[in-house]
Design a binder for this molecule. Sequence first.
Ligand code: HEM
Length: 432
Amino acid sequence: MKLTGEMGEFRRDPLGMLQRVAREQGDFAPIRFGLSRAVILSHPALVEEVLVTRNQWFRKNPATRRLGSLIGRGLLSSDGEAWRRQRRLTQPAFHRARVNAASEVIVDYAQRQAASWQPGDVRDVHQDMMELTLQIACRTLFGAEVAADLAVVRDATTVVGAHFLTRLTSLLFMLPDWVPTPGNRRYMRAIHQLDELVYRIIRARSTGGNDLLSTLLESDMTDVEVRDEVMTFFMAGHETTALALTWGLYLLSLHPEAAARLAEEVDLVLDGRPSTLDDVPRLVYTRAVVDETLRMYPPAYLMGRQALTDCQIGGHPVRRGTTLLMSQWLIHHDPRFFDTPWAFRPERWLDGNALPRFAYFPFGGGQRQCIGNAFAQLEAVLVLACLAQRWSLDLAPNQRIEPQALVTLRPKYGLRMVVGARHAAAVPATAP
Ligand code: HEM
């Protein structure tokens, strides 16, 4: 028996480990993860119990709370009464009307991005999408321009990502971040750089505004609480959406027929002008591409909860302290719920498919469902439409693609793509 249970395998091949365990042990699969007990749940009904019907028995798992050294006790990592208070305070910033009001900013930044590309360029699209979504999030949520800070953010988030990769999958999991190992020092320096930026964003705005930051500043939160919340939204508010766009562009490059259908829809609906909120309901295929991308490459591919008490899930006993793992990656590729689950078929979303609840849950669910889901969906549709209107993107020669599953699901070697001016679809369609 291995000392660390499934941890070594998880470090080497997280997605493979999840699949192997589910295949061998079924929908309720107990494993050992380092010193702790965990169970992989891979049936939607079990996920529903944990996230909805029995959610009072659970809190965020230790791995999520471990992110606390970066995001403090903001909305994503807090629990109980503190979480409820934060959610109540931040929710209005995500009401439909407020989200919709962001569409002009989204299109404006997306157009600038599209205009900065030239035919023949080879771009790291993952990097471009990270920078685009970060600027959109900072502008809409905090009224801040961060164009001059993108390089610092890129380097700091790379260090933070690498730190979590080694930490979350090691027996040193609980080693505090302030112990001055070389890795910890790099990590603390990166946090410090992000902190400086976050505090600058907060200081730049002490009064006025009608966005998330003004709501936070007008509340009774302490400075540290505001910092934690801004850092949470800074991190949670851009990377996942950037990944949805990145994987979407990758999948479209593999499926020229889908890319052509998308281009056709965009030309028909927008007729060459920039998109607006009113166009969104008619961009149905674009939306289906986003939905299908979130199914195949869910940026949040694994969620965890820890049992606060001895309990039962699906009739199985669960001991207090056990971590329950629920994987979008597993369930979204399960042939019991999706025909040909490994095939990219946006069409499957066009004629309303009757899925069991939690067979598809890219944004989680229950009371802790992603607060930014409507924002992310609107942003992904508008950005994709804007890029498709102008460019077609092909995978760069020799670009290796491998999903790297860490906190999120990223392309391990980036995603370099060759920018090409739109061919057939750029010419107005004429009757044969
Ligand atoms: C495609 C893009 C996105 C995906 C796939 C995604 C996914 C998720 C998931 C799965 C959760 C639940 C985690 C859990 O219950 O353990 C979550 C929570 C959260 N997300 Fe997102 N998210 C996205 C975009 C965004 C955006 C744009 C924002 C902010 C503007 C955001 C902010 C948050 C926050 C603050 C939480 C914690 C909510 C709470 O616990 O009350 N997310 N997200």
